[in-house]
Ligand binder design. Sequence first.
Ligand code: 5GP
Length: 115
Amino acid sequence: MATIFTRIIKGEIPSDIVYRDEQVTAFRDIEPQAPTHVLIVPNKEIATVNDVTPEDEQLVGHMFTVARLIAENEGVAESGYRLLVNCNRDANQEVFHLHMHLFGGRQLGPMLARR
Ligand code: 5GP
């Protein structure tokens, strides 16, 4: 069964797409946690970071190039931003289709919540 992100990429579910090419699609998170909160998603389904292979290295590198471009477009490149990828249970991964969060537009605080 297609992931929810594949359905967004195919246009079956509406979303606010900010960037798209033959390898990745980026759209605004439905529950933004910062003024800029964009998800950068490979068009190809990869469930988690644990499923990334050496063949995906160009694609994963491309996700960073796209992140840089989106940060510029969103006006947060100079002020700063955070890129984050969750993997599995302890990281609270919710959608099992690899994605990079791009957060920006406010002071983001410490990297991890204090326990
Ligand atoms: P994860 O916890 O897996 O790293 O993050 C999944 C993210 O996907 C969450 O921030 C959540 O708000 C977002 N999300 C889940 N479903 C949808 C959706 O249907 N549309 C959009 N735009 N974002 C979604």
